[in-house]
Ligand binder design. Structure first.
Ligand code: PMV
Length: 316
C-alpha cells in the first residue's frame, strides 16, 4: 500500500484485465494446513473494466464498497489513495460453486487496478490477491488466487516434484510455495450441482474435524494422495489419476464435505470416467471428472440428466 499521489494512468482508460476460474484436482482443505494441492485454471473467465469516477461503484452499484468485502479489500490493497473508480465486472463463472469466482474477480480487478499505476509482476499480484481474499474471507489458502494469476496447472506445497517454482505466498501463520506443473493436455468435465455453499463455513468445519485426535492421520492421507496425484498428472497417467481422484473423494467424504446431490452426480458419471470427485470447498458446489477418452459427450449428457450444469473444462 502506498499514500503517494496517483500518477498519470500508465494505460488509457478504460483499463481492463481478465482472470480464469479454477477447479481443484487434488488436495483442497488439506492445503490450508500445508499439504500439497493441484489446481487447474479453467477456461471460464471474469473480466474487470476500470474507469475513474467520482464515486466507487461496482456494476453501477454505489453500495458495493460497504456490501462486497472482496471489492472493498481489492480497492484498499491497490493503494490508489484518493482515487475512485467505477468497475464493471463480467463473469462466466458460477458463484459459490467451488470454481474460483471470487478469486477470479479479485485477480481481474487487482490486475486492472495495478495496471492503472504501472503494473505489478505476477508474484506480487498473487501475494496481493491472496491478501485481499484472506481479508475478505478470513480463512483459506492461496491456491485459488495463485491459479487464477498463473493460469494452467499449478501445485502448492509439493516441493521440487511439483514443478518449477513460480512464487511463495505468505500469511502471518504460514507460507505456501506455488509451482508450475506440466499440462497433460486433457479435457476435464466440471458439473455444478446448483447447490451454492460458503467456502469459509466449510473450511471451518473441516478444520474442526482435523483437530480431532485422528486429524493428523487424515491430513497425512490427503497429502499422500495429492502427492501421488501430482505425479500421475505430471506423467500423463490417466488411469492412475482416475484412481487417485476416487481416493481423494473418499477422504473428502470422511471429513464431511460431500453431499447426497454430489454423490448422485458421481454415481451418474461413474460408467464413463477414469475418476471423479467433489472440487473446492464442497457441501454443495461442483464435481470434476476425468472422462474415459472418447466418452466426453456421454459424460456431459449423463450429468445433465442427473440435474447438474456440466461443461467441458480445459486448461486456461
Ligand atoms: O470452493 P472454493 O473454490 O472456495 O475452494 C476452496 C478450497 C479450500 O481448500 C477448501 C480452501 C482454500 O482456500 O484452499
Amino acid at each position: 500500500m502506498s499514500d503517494e499521489p496517483d500518477p498519470v494512468p500508465a494505460r488509457p482508460f478504460p483499463t481492463s484485465a481478465r482472470a480464469p476460474g479454477k477447479c481443484i484436482l487434488f488436495g483442497e482443505h488439506a492445503v490450508v494446513r500445508g499439504a500439497p494441492e493441484l489446481v487447474l485454471a479453467i477456461d471460464l473467465h471474469t473480466q474487470a473494466f476500470v474507469v475513474p469516477s467520482a464515486q466507487a461503484r461496482l456494476n453501477a452499484e454505489p453500495s458495493a464498497l460497504e456490501e462486497n468485502p472482496y471489492f472493498r479489500e481489492a480497492i484498499a490493497a491497490a493503494g490508489s489513495a484518493g482515487a475512485t473508480f467505477a468497475v464493471r465486472a463480467v463473469s462466466r463463472i458460477p458463484r459459490a460453486a467451488g470454481l474460483g469466482s471470487s478469486a477470479a474477480f479479485v485477480a481481474a480487478l487487482s490486475a486492472a487496478l495495478a495496471a492503472v499505476r504501472g503494473g505489478l509482476d505476477r508474484a506480487a499480484l498473487a501475494q496481493r490477491c491472496f491478501s485481499v481474499e484472506r481479508a475478505a474471507q478470513g480463512v483459506g489458502s492461496p491456491g485459488d488466487t495463485s491459479a487464477s494469476v498463473a493460469g494452467g496447472y499449478v501445485t502448492l506445497n509439493a516441493g521440487a516434484s511439483g514443478g518449477e517454482l513460480l512464487w511463495t505466498v505468505r500469511a502471518p501463520e504460514a507460507s505456501w510455495e506455488v509451482r508450475r506443473a506440466p499440462d497433460p493436455g486433457w479435457a476435464w468435465v466440471v458439473a455444478y450441482s446448483g447447490l451454492p455453499r460458503s467456502t469459509a463455513e466449510a473450511v471451518r468445519a473441516v478444520s474442526a474435524r482435523l483437530d480431532r485426535p485422528d486429524g493428523p492421520k487424515v491430513l497425512a492421507e490427503f497429502a499422500s494422495v495429492a502427492r501421488a496425484g501430482i505425479a500421475a498428472v505430471t506423467e500423463g497417467d490417466r488411469k492412475e489419476t482416475g484412481r487417485l481422484l476416487g481416493r481423494n473423494q473418499e477422504l473428502l467424504r470422511e471429513v464431511g464435505v460431500s453431499h447426497p446431490r454430489l454423490e448422485a452426480l458421481l454415481e451418474a458419471a461413474a460408467p464413463v470416467v477414469e475418476g471423479a470427485k467433489v472440487t473446492g470447498a464442497g457441501r454443495g458446489g461442483s464435481i470434476v471428472a476425468l472422462p474415459v477418452a472418447g466418452r466426453e459427450v456421454e459424460l456431459v449428457r449423463r450429468l445433465a440428466r442427473a440435474g447438474a450444469v456440466p461443461f467441458p473444462a480445459n486448461s486456461a
